[in-house]
Design a protein around this ligand. Structure first.
Ligand SMILES: Nc1ncnc2c1ncn2[C@@H]1O[C@H](COP(=O)(O)OP(=O)(O)OP(=O)(O)O)[C@@H](O)[C@H]1O
Ligand SMILES: [Mg+2]
Length: 326
């Protein structure tokens, strides 16, 4: 089978990581103390609790500015978000999306896993690589964000073409948006899309980060708030700034959710050949059983796995509407 090799490699990594989870040298309580101690100069944004770590003499140690890793325990009230994020990141790698390196670790004296990721905004000499997220590129203030001012993905992709000066990053971002829809990651907001700068190639999309199979995570934690996408898909010419004022296709009006039709319309508006969309959907489909295998072998609890599998199968069908039949 075509994709046997990468799947095998990922499953080996998954098995290795989950059978050899490294223990941290500090407890969860110490993590929160460290968080306060190192909060200054750490410069990692985001809602969740996290700290910077460096690897010294075989141990991860909390630090501030010069961290090489970011540690994120499961969120308060969202049990197993670390395991869920790690699994989502592996599926993203499996679909050949450039994805931040990550693993799971354990707090000292605990069975609880935390998510750890290697910083992609540091070079091999640990020198900072410029990273800028889309909120900042669009100059959105904290007040705008509080007022739910955002941008739809069509506008975001157009901005990526403008910033990078190239079309391939636009196609890459289209795939990432479709992937987020596939795995029910409804958290792909503007802070979770970034560009990084490299002297040779200029600006390009940073590796993907902060991926979660949110529906299964919320269902498991009995938080029934249902979500679809963090941003609208299509630009309403009359009002480009407010989330609620996106343009909905007749297909969306018909089904009540996004289908392949909506992604085809997005591609059309971006002058991206519709074959790109059908190739992405087919690739998702061909590798679906591999993605399910990754979920099955992950460390998420059984009920969360089953939900994630149901969700991915449902979204797969929905993405095929309008794409495969044509
Ligand atoms: N591997 C990484 N390398 C470099 N920077 C990263 C990496 N992972 C995350 N970041 C940066 O840290 C920020 C916070 O990380 P992340 O998005 O995972 O946290 P979060 O608290 O879950 O965010 P959110 O507010 O979206 O829930 C990101 O917006 C990104 O700029
Ligand atoms: Mg984030």
């Amino acid at each position: 089978m075509i994709n046997q090799q990468p799947l095998k490699r990922l499953l080996v990594k998954l098995n290795h990581d989950t059978n050899n989870i490294e223990s941290l040298s500090f407890t969860r309580e110490e993590f929160f103390q460290n968080k306060i101690r190192y909060a200054q100069g750490m410069s990692i944004s985001g809602m969740q609790q996290k700290i910077s770590l460096k690897y010294v003499n075989g141990n991860y140690e909390p630090c501030n500015a010069e961290g090489e890793y970011i540690l994120k325990p499961s969120q308060e009230g969202l049990r197993f978000s670390a395991e869920n994020e790690y699994c989502a990141m592996l599926i993203s790698q499996y679909y050949k999306i450039k994805t931040a390196e990550c693993s799971l670790v354990k707090f000292k004296d605990s069975t609880e896993n935390a998510y750890i990721t290697k910083r992609f905004d540091r070079d091999i000499h640990n020198i900072r690589i410029a990273q800028e997220d889309m909120n900042s590129i669009f100059n959105l203030s904290a007040r705008d964000i509080n007022n739910k001012i955002s941008k739809n993905y069509e506008t975001v992709i157009n901005k990526i073409i403008e910033v990078t000066g190239r079309k391939p990053p636009a196609i890459e971002l289209l795939k990432r948006i479709m992937f987020s829809y596939l795995i029910s990651n409804s958290d792909l907001h503007l802070k979770n899309i970034s560009v990084i700068y490299n002297e040779k190639i200029g600006y390009s999309l940073s590796p993907s980060y902060d991926l979660l199979m949110i529906n299964s995570l919320l269902e498991y934690n009995e938080n029934k708030e249902q979500t679809s996408m963090a941003c609208g898909l299509l630009c309403d010419e009359e009002n480009t700034d407010v989330i609620e004022d996106e343009y909905f296709t007749e297909h969306f009006e018909h089904y009540g959710f996004y289908t392949g039709h909506d992604f085809l319309e997005l591609a059309k508006r971006l002058n991206i050949n519709k074959k790109v969309v059908s190739t992405i959907v087919q690739d998702f489909y061909i590798k679906l059983s591999g993605a399910i295998e990754i979920i099955e072998q992950s460390l998420m609890p059984e009920q969360m796995k089953q939900q994630a599998i149901n969700d991915i199968k449902t979204r797969m069908k929905v993405l095929q509407i309008g794409v495969i039949e044509d």
